[in-house]
Design a protein around this ligand. Structure first.
Ligand code: ADP
Ligand code: F6P
Length: 470
C-alpha cells in the first residue's frame, strides 16, 4: 500500500461510475460542492482520496485521477441504505438544514453510521504516511477524527463541515449527540463555513459535554481543539479560463438561439434536493407569468436539476412534485416550440455548465438553507464579460460574501417575485457594478485562499500549505 503525506477522507470519491453510450462503465466527476472544491486543489500534490465509489459490493480498483490516488472504501447494500441514505441523509442532512424536512431516527442507522465511520478511519490510517495530514470532510464522517486519533496518534487531523451546523435547539434532538460531538473533537482543527456554526459547536461542547469552550478553542482533556470559520470557494481561474474559451462563448450563443433568442434567460442549477428551494422558485415564476409580469416569449427559465439520493423517499417525492409542477407550468403557459421552463436532469461537463452560466442573464440561487452554494460562485466566476445578475438566498452561506447580489428570503413568495423582477429590470450599470464587486471578492477568496487559511491553521509547519496553494 502506497502512503501519502496528505489524505482527504470524504464519503464520495471525486468520480462516479456511470454507463457510457456503448454500455461500458465510465467514470466521471461527481456533482456536488465538496468535489468541486477539493478536486482542483489536490491535483497539485501527491495526495490520496479515501472515499466510496457510489456502488455496492467489492471496491473497484481505480486509476489515479489527475495524479490523485483513489482509495476506495467498499460499502455493502446495508451500509449504503443505513449509513448514506439513512443516518447521513435522512437524519443529519434534514436536521442540519433547519429541519425543512422532518429528520428521521432509527437505531439501526446509528449502528451503520458507527460501522461505516470505523471503516473509513481504518482506510485513512492505512493510506497516511507517518506524521501525515488527514483532512476529513463533512457530516457523513463525524466519528472519523476520534477513531483515527486512536488508531494513529501521530497524524494531524482536520475536519471540515461543508453543510450548516445547527443551533443547539435543533442539534439537541439527536439521540447520539454526545458521541457525534466527541467524534469531531478528535480533530486538531474543526472548520465550518460560517462563524455562527463555530459558535453553535462551542455552545454544544459546553452544554452537552461540559467542556470549556470559546468560538476559537475547546479544551478536551490535555488537548486543545481549534475551531473556526473557513468559507469554502471555487477555482476561479479554472472557471474563468473555461468561460473565456471561444468554443464555450459560441456554445453560450447557441444556447440562447436554441431558447428562441428571448430577452431574458433565468437559470437555476441544483442537485434535486428539498433544501434548494426549487418548488418555491417555480411557484414564483409561475405567478409572475400568471400575473403577466413576465411573458414566455421574452423570459424563459432553464432549470437544471440533477437527480440526487434517488432511493431516499423525500427525494423521490420532491422529484415527482417538481416534475408535476414543471408540466403544469408548461401546459398552462407554454406554446408549441416555446416551453416556459426548460427542465434538464442530466449531469453536464464543466464546459457546458460554463456555457449555461454565460448564457444566463439571471442566475436564481434560492436555497432554503445551504452551507455555501458553489453554483453561485461558479456563476460569478464565469461572467468574465462582467454581465449577468445573481439572485441569491439570504440562507446560503455565499450570501455573507456576496452582499451585492440581489438578496432574497426564499420563504417569502412575494419577496422572491419582486426580487426576480428587480434583477430583470435592473439597469446595466447597476448589474455591472454588483458583478464587478462580487468578482473582485471571489478573486481574493478563491479555493486556494480557502485551502491556505485552513491548512495554515492545521499544519503549522507550513510545508503542505506551500505545496498546495501556490
Ligand atoms: P451541493 O454541494 O449541495 O450539491 P453546491 O452548489 O455547493 O451544492 O455544489 C454543487 C456542485 O455540483 C457545483 O460545483 C455544480 O457545478 C455541480 N453541479 C450541479 N449540477 C450539475 C450538473 N447537472 N452537472 C454537473 N455538475 C453539476
Ligand atoms: O456538500 C454537501 C454534500 O453532501 C457533499 O458532501 C456531497 O458530496 C454533495 O453534497 C453531493 O451529495 P451526494 O454525495 O449525496 O451525492
Amino acid at each position: 500500500m502506497r502512503q501519502s503525506s496528505l489524505v482527504v477522507v470524504a464519503n464520495r470519491l471525486p468520480v462516479d461510475d456511470s454507463v457510457a453510450p456503448d454500455g461500458a462503465c465510465e467514470w466521471r466527476r461527481s456533482p456536488g460542492g465538496l468535489v468541486s472544491a477539493l478536486h482542483p486543489l489536490l491535483q497539485q500534490t501527491p495526495a490520496t482520496w479515501v472515499g466510496w465509489a457510489g456502488g455496492t459490493g467489492p471496491a473497484p480498483t481505480l486509476a489515479d485521477v489527475d495524479g490523485v490516488r483513489m482509495h476506495t472504501v467498499p460499502l455493502a447494500h446495508d451500509d449504503v441504505r443505513d449509513h448514506y441514505e439513512g443516518f447521513a441523509n435522512s437524519t443529519l442532512w434534514p436536521l442540519y438544514h433547519d429541519a425543512v424536512e422532518q429528520p428521521v431516527y432509527h437505531r439501526r442507522w446509528w449502528e451503520a453510521y458507527q460501522r461505516v465511520n470505523r471503516r473509513f478511519a481504518e482506510a485513512a490510517a492505512e493510506a497516511a504516511e507517518p506524521g501525515a495530514v488527514v483532512w476529513v470532510q463533512d457530516y457523513h464522517l463525524q466519528l472519523v477524527p476520534e477513531l483515527l486519533r486512536t488508531l494513529r496518534p501521530d497524524l494531524r487531523i482536520g475536519f471540515f463541515m461543508h453543510v450548516p451546523f445547527p443551533p443547539p435547539e435543533l442539534f439537541m434532538q439527536l439521540p447520539r449527540r454526545a458521541e457525534l460531538l466527541l467524534g469531531m473533537l478528535g480533530a486538531d482543527l474543526v472548520g465550518f463555513q460560517r462563524p455562527q456554526a463555530a459558535h453553535n459547536f462551542a455552545q454544544l461542547a459546553t452544554k452537552v459535554l461540559g467542556l470549556a469552550a470559546t468560538d476559537r478553542r475547546i479544551a478536551v482533556g490535555e488537548r486543545v481543539v481549534r475551531i473556526g470559520a473557513f468559507p469554502v470557494s471555487i477555482d476561479m481561474r479554472e472557471m474563468e479560463a473555461l468561460a473565456g474559451r471561444p468554443d464555450v462563448v459560441r456554445r453560450a450563443a447557441q444556447i440562447r438561439r436554441d431558447l428562441g433568442d428571448p430577452q431574458h434567460v433565468i437559470l437555476s442549477v441544483d442537485r434535486m434536493d428539498y433544501t434548494k428551494g426549487i418548488e418555491q422558485r417555480l411557484k414564483a415564476y409561475s405567478e409572475l407569468l400568471a400575473a403577466g409580469h413576465v411573458k414566455v416569449r421574452d423570459t424563459v427559465m432553464v432549470q437544471v436539476a440533477v437527480p440526487s439520493r434517488e432511493r431516499v423517499e423525500q427525494y423521490q417525492v420532491l422529484r415527482d412534485r417538481v416534475e408535476r409542477e414543471v408540466g403544469r407550468i408548461n401546459g398552462e403557459f407554454g406554446r408549441v416550440g416555446e416551453p416556459a421552463i426548460h427542465y434538464l436532469t442530466q449531469p453536464f461537463d464543466r464546459a457546458e455548465l460554463a456555457a449555461l452560466y454565460r448564457a444566463a442573464d439571471i442566475m436564481a440561487v434560492t436555497p432554503l438553507r445551504d452551507g455555501m452554494n458553489l453554483v453561485a460562485k461558479e456563476y460569478v466566476a464565469a461572467r468574465v464579460d462582467g454581465g449577468g445578475a445573481l439572485v441569491l438566498s439570504e440562507f446560503a452561506g455565499a450570501a455573507a460574501e456576496f452582499t451585492q447580489a440581489f438578496l432574497v428570503n426564499p420563504h417569502d413568495l412575494e419577496g422572491l417575485k419582486s426580487t426576480l423582477l428587480q434583477a430583470l429590470q435592473a439597469s446595466e450599470p447597476d448589474r455591472a457594478a454588483r458583478m464587478r464587486a462580487m468578482r473582485d471578492h471571489l478573486r481574493v477568496h478563491d479555493i486556494r485562499a480557502w485551502a491556505r487559511s485552513y491548512l495554515t491553521a492545521l499544519d503549522q509547519s507550513g510545508v503542505l500549505v506551500n505545496r498546495l496553494t501556490t
